[in-house]
Design a protein around this ligand. Structure first.
Ligand SMILES: *Cc1c(COP(=O)(O)O)cnc(C)c1O
Length: 390
């Protein structure tokens, strides 16, 4: 049995999304900028998708900019706002556990004379709005805080931070890639000026996404070319991808109410059973302020990478959050940001459930996880500090 528990990494394309996309890869292949009827059919499809995405988050269609995904949406928000701002506004506030698309965009701006404050994150995986307020300066132009963290699932106090941003006259960007389709929200209630979405995290295709840009928000493009997307993002529209995102957005809205309670019950059963059956396991992040589908667990004395590989052999796909760069396993920056030791961060696993997860998938995961952890622990030497403590 294959059990996929890595929906925060990516999701399969929903069959209805695929069906909606197929005509735009084949007979309706027109360029949405062409005047002839083939072009007009493509244009109409892009417009319908824009309506669907706008509707899901409470935005006007004109406020939706289609991009190549969440990474480009995040980059367009960060660079676009800074480039459009007066020279005197040279400060950004973000958090230490943002996705690398935001983190590294801000990092890149540091070398362009922009100052960035990376506010800390609590042990509970939640940013304190007062830390954001304390970081404010007269020259702060942008605050960027994610909605749900991709590794922990913890939900950030976006509405409160939105009020702080508004009082300070700073623009507010929110990476909502991991909350769309999992939480019900709209951009006005959140008080955001910009918000990022990715299609492949909500059962749409890879390589499609959107940035919501509140009407009146000054934004310079990052790419230069034609007049597409109201001069905010040039390039021939990825019509099949955009149609897929539109359909995925429609389905996300329709599924939200029945998916969430079903998935939260399965996630809790998985988590509680592991906690009961495996000694020395800790849940990372506030258990009562998470999206329904995610659990992040530290398995003392068992390497995350080794666990991922061993579980994969038993048919369970999950993630260690650690990135393997240049042969060395780097602990997750998000887990370090909430105060885990490098060892604990390296021994953590993320399980993220989705629409096709059912009781049988969880039964299988619960059967294989405890013995795999026990076996890996028996192979690994005790760390020096626990030896010393005896
Ligand atoms: C996946 C992800 C992204 C990047 O989206 P892509 O479409 O894969 O580029 C950005 N932010 C978060 C929180 C994500 O989980």
């Amino acid at each position: 049995m294959r059990v996929y528990l890595d929906y925060n990494a990516t999701t399969p394309v929903d069959p209805a999304v695929l069906a909606a996309m197929l005509p735009y890869l084949a007979q309706d292949f027109g360029n949405a900028s062409s005047i002839h009827s083939a072009g007009q059919r493509a244009r109409a499809a892009v417009d319908r998708a824009r309506d669907s995405v706008g509707k899901l988050i409470g935005a006007a269609p004109s406020e939706i900019v289609f991009t190549s995904g969440g990474t480009e949406a995040d980059n367009l928000a960060v660079f676009g706002v800074v480039a459009a701002a007066p020279q005197s506004r040279k400060h950004i506030i973000t958090t230490a556990f943002e996705h690398h698309a935001v983190l590294n965009a801000c990092q890149a701006l540091l070398t362009h004379g922009i100052d960035v404050t990376f506010v800390p994150v609590g042990r509970d995986g939640i940013v304190d709005p007062e830390d954001v307020r304390r970081a404010l300066r007269p020259e702060t132009v942008l605050i960027s805080v994610m909605h749900a963290n991709n590794e922990l699932g913890t939900i950030q106090p976006i509405e409160e931070i939105g009020r702080i941003a508004a009082e300070a006259d700073a623009f507010f960007h929110c990476d909502a890639v991991q909350s769309v389709g999992k939480l019900s929200f709209d951009v006005n209630q959140l008080g955001v000026d910009l918000l990022s979405i990715s299609a492949h995290k909500i059962y749409g295709p890879k390589g499609a996404g959107a940035l919501y840009v509140r009407s009146g928000t000054p934004l310079e493009p990052r790419l230069f070319g034609g007049h597409h997307e109201r001069d905010r993002r040039p390039g021939t529209e990825n019509v099949p991808g955009i149609v897929g995102l539109g359909k995925a957005a429609e389905l996300a809205g329709a599924h939200l109410n029945d998916d969430a309670p079903r998935i939260v019950a399965l996630r809790n059963r998985l988590e509680e059973t592991i906690l009961e059956e495996v000694p020395s396991v800790r849940v990372n992040g506030a258990r009562n302020r998470r999206v329904p589908n995610t659990t992040n667990l530290s398995f003392e004395r068992a390497g995350g990478e080794a666990l991922v590989i061993a579980l994969d052999l038993q048919g369970v796909a999950c993630s260690s959050g650690a990135a393997c760069s240049s042969g060395a396993v780097e602990p997750s920056h998000a887990l370090l940001a909430i105060g885990l030791s490098p060892d604990d961060a390296r021994s953590s696993l993320r399980f993220s459930l989705g629409r096709a997860t059912g009781p049988q998938e969880i039964d299988h995961a619960i059967r294989v996880i405890p013995p795999v952890v026990e076996r890996l622990r028996s192979l690994s030497p005790r760390p020096p500090d626990s030896v010393a403590a005896q």
